[in-house]
Design a protein around this ligand. Structure first.
Ligand code: 4AD
Ligand code: MG
Length: 459
């Protein structure tokens, strides 16, 4: 077999003639003169049908092929008389690369998401997960395309950091010290550690992004972030990808406009560029997706203040598990009520009380609320969290004092407000939550290749 392999996704663009494909057998049917095989190579949802004639020299071996067996197939690409497929391959040469034994767990039947999570190393071979991870790949590209076309610069923020951007203290420590004690006094002393101080995995690239926005204008970071939140929910993982645009000369309204445009553009990209894979989700996973897409693309997202949201929730008279009270953080059930039941569309909540938000958010004139914004979407709850940043040095320093944050440690952050400070804003979009929204997959563990959650780090 000297020809060059073609991915099945590209077969549609071929003209009849010689072809070589390599992939895995999904099913095989034998008839008297032939055997038919459905081959999938993972490049797209579609299988390609292969016809193996009994004249093939290794036909007796071909008859032993099982589901999951890997093969290389050379042959003629011809128009298929069968319905639902444009092409098929009449094999001239079939090389069996590796026979899969009967114990191969992915025999042709429906498997539950829970079961597939226990074989996360094999699940991308199924139609549903293959589709989900191809969409994930395409959406990474869509993000870079969106920002490149807007003239943003891409910043890779450090993953190991000495500062806690969110101040929520949910960080994974990075250390080379022996947990039994670092020597000197028999206890851990971070002065002896690799960096000579405590260090952690980043919870957000925002503080780095702010420094670069105040130099390059419009920037974004997109990378893994880590949170040691002990919340075992369908929306939290310990390692997730966050997209964080940061824009100089940008206020809260422009920040929301940008978030809305981003969500609309990415959704449109998924529908247009991943149509085959997306159809699997709209047909088999969540039939209400087309309605959601219509809402996402064709309505203006709602915009209300936190205070108005609290009023709506109290007046709803709905029995929530967690009580609604001004000054407390909204729970997922509250966020979903607002987006799903009350507004029936995505809604931005703005101007949260300062005590439930991080130090960097810009203080409003009332002295009580900050210029925060969260985007709540149906089915998910919070998709985006962001704010206008406090650009006034004196106000920022006062806020840091109130929150007992060390101005000495954040000297570089404060420097940015000392030299050429400007109003600027940004937000973080949870990439996995976005994928959940557009696929209807309702557990975050199923949109990330190998999820990391409390008590679970397999694969
Ligand atoms: O609201 P968050 O905590 O915002 C920040 O970290 C800001 N520094 C971002 C910024 O302004 N540049 O997180 C942003 C988003 C959330 O809205 C949510 O979608 C997602 O990140 N997220 C998680 N996704 C999965 N698992 C978790 N444990 C997540 N925590 C937050
Ligand atoms: Mg948040």
């Amino acid at each position: 077999m000297k020809r060059t392999k073609i991915n099945v996704v590209l077969v549609l663009e071929q003209t009849p003639g010689e072809i070589l494909i390599k992939g895995w057998v999904r099913t095989k049917r034998d008839s008297k003169e032939f055997c038919f095989m459905e081959i999938n190579d993972g490049s797209c949802l579609k299988n390609i049908q292969v016809i193996a004639n009994k004249d093939l020299k290794n036909y007796s071996d071909i008859k032993t092929i099982t589901t999951g067996t890997s093969v290389a197939i050379a042959g003629q690409l011809v128009a298929s008389p069968g319905k639902g497929q444009k092409w098929e391959i009449q094999a001239t040469d079939i090389e069996i690369i590796n026979i899969a034994p009967e114990s191969y767990p992915l025999q042709k039947k429906r498997h539950s998401d829970e079961f597939l999570r226990t074989i996360a190393h094999l699940r991308p071979r199924t139609n549903k997960y293959g589709a989900a991870f191809r969409i994930r790949s395409e959406m990474v590209f869509a993000i870079h395309k969106f920002y490149r076309e807007k003239g943003f610069r891409y910043l890779t923020a450090p993953l190991i950091t000495g500062s806690d951007a969110e101040g929520a203290g949910e960080m994974f420590r990075v250390t080379c010290l022996d947990p039994k004690g670092s020597g000197k006094q028999g206890k851990m002393d971070f002065k002896d550690d690799f960096f000579g101080q405590e260090s952690n995995l980043t919870v957000s690239g925002q503080l780095s992004a702010e420094m670069f926005a105040l130099a390059l204008g419009d920037v974004y970071t997109f990378g893994p972030t880590f949170r040691a939140e002990n919340s075992n929910t369908s929306r939290h993982v310990a390692e997730f990808w966050m997209l964080e645009p940061e824009m100089a000369f940008c206020d809260l309204k422009e920040n929301m406009d940008h978030g809305e445009e981003l969500v609309k553009t990415l959704t449109r990209h998924a529908i247009n560029e991943c149509s085959e894979d997306m159809n699997l989700f709209t047909s088999f996973v969540d039939k209400s997706l087309p309605k959601l897409f219509d809402t996402l693309l064709n309505t203006q997202f709602g915009r209300i203040s936190y205070t108005e949201a609290i009023d709506i929730l109290i007046k709803s008279k709905k029995k929530f598990e967690f009580p609604v009270e001004y000054g407390t953080d909204l729970q997922s059930e509250h966020e979903r009520y607002l987006a799903e039941v009350y507004f029936e569309k995505p809604v931005f909540l703005t101007d949260y009380p300062k005590q439930i938000k991080p130090f960097y958010m810009r203080m409003n004139d009332d002295g009580k609320t900050v210029a925060a914004m969260d985007l709540l979407v149906p089915g998910i709850g919070e998709l985006i969290g962001g704010s206008q940043r406090e650009e006034r040095l004196d106000v920022l320093e006062k806020r840091m004092d109130e929150m007992n944050l060390s101005k000495k440690e954040y000297w570089w952050y404060l420097d940015s407000r000392r030299f050429g400070s400007v109003p600027h804003s940004g937000f973080g979009l949870g990439f996995e939550r976005f994928l959940m929204m557009i696929t209807g997959i309702n557990n975050i563990r199923d949109v990330i290749p190998f999820p990391r959650t409390p008590g679970s780090i397999d694969f």
